[in-house]
Ligand binder design. Structure first.
Ligand code: NDP
Length: 245
């Protein structure tokens, strides 16, 4: 796909992987539609994209757990740019905790953002992509969608769900011209772990810091751009990216 002039919606574009991916796609000439709750962060990225790339960016404050917000995100993208060619379902939270510590509100939040948020994205764009016989849906899962780590029960459950949804979509959409990619990163240096509240888990995180070099958000953005830029005949279904140490 030639990315120039294509329209991409990126959820969770206010930091980390989503921010880097939006910038990388804009740098390739895409129109990017930035969705997340923190509009000030999205506006800062919009300004950077305007100053440093050939792409165009618009901001739509979005809570992916709210179906109407995601519908508005897609409608605004279509109204502004005419069609939606790419959806990067990236917004996510990783509120690691031991089940015995009973952080039930955080379990529900992970299900709402990581699973329902992805479904809201698919709901909002799939009919349009089917009508135009083209498009690319990229869902961000995790290596935690391939194996379960201590304190990662619920997070892993949501990321396995993301992979299951992606694999099902890939089969449902084969031969439609719509491509589907699951991306499973290992540890990436972002704000993701800042929101963990379980004290036992936080202590473990702190004591493990500095023992390995995480990936950078740009590493994941590069892999996404690679999948997007493949010729139309190529459908990259699964990308796993781990750090080397
Ligand atoms: P960040 O915390 O930096 O980014 C998370 C993004 O999700 C933010 O932009 C945040 O925006 C957005 N978000 C959270 N809740 C909502 C919501 N309710 N509505 C809309 N947006 C929301 O983390 P990462 O960049 O690391 O995470 C991006 C994705 O990558 C996630 O799905 C994560 O699970 C996955 N991942 C990350 C790994 C890592 O090690 N960092 C490894 C494997 C996968 P805002 O708060 O402004 O709404």
């Amino acid at each position: 796909m030639n990315v120039q002039g294509k329209t991409a919606i990126i959820t969770g574009a206010s930091s980390g992987i989503g921010e880097a991916t939006a910038f990388a796609l804009a740098n390739e000439g895409a129109n990017v539609v930035l969705g997340a709750r923190r509009a000030d962060r999205l506006e800062a990225l919009q300004k950077k994209i305007k100053e440093e790339t050939k792409g165009e960016a618009i901001v739509v404050a979005t809570d992916v757990t709210v179906r109407e917000d995601v519908e508005k995100l897609a409608a605004t993208a279509k109204e502004r740019f005419g069609s939606i060619d790419l959806l990067i379902n990236n917004a996510g939270v990783m509120l690691l905790s031991y089940l015995k510590n009973d952080h039930i509100d955080e379990w529900m939040q992970m299900v709402d953002v990581n699973v329902k948020g992805v479904l809201h994205g698919i709901h909002a764009i799939l009919p349009g992509m089917i009508e135009q016989n083209s498009g690319h849906i990229i869902n961000i899962s995790s290596v935690a969608g391939h194996e379960v780590f201590p304190a990662g029960n619920v997070y892993s459950a949501t990321k396995y769900a993301v992979r299951a949804l992606t694999m099902g979509l890939e089969k449902e959409l084969s031969k439609t011209g719509i491509r589907v990619t699951n991306v499973s990163p290992g540890p990436v240096r972002t704000e993701l772990s800042d929101h963990i509240t379980d004290e036992e888990v936080r202590e473990k995180f702190m004591s493990n810091q500095g023992k390995m070099t995480p990936l950078e958000p740009e590493d994941i953005a590069n892999a996404i751009v690679h999948a997007v830029k493949q010729p139309d005949r190529v459908d990259t279904n699964e990308i796993i990216i781990r750090n080397t140490n």
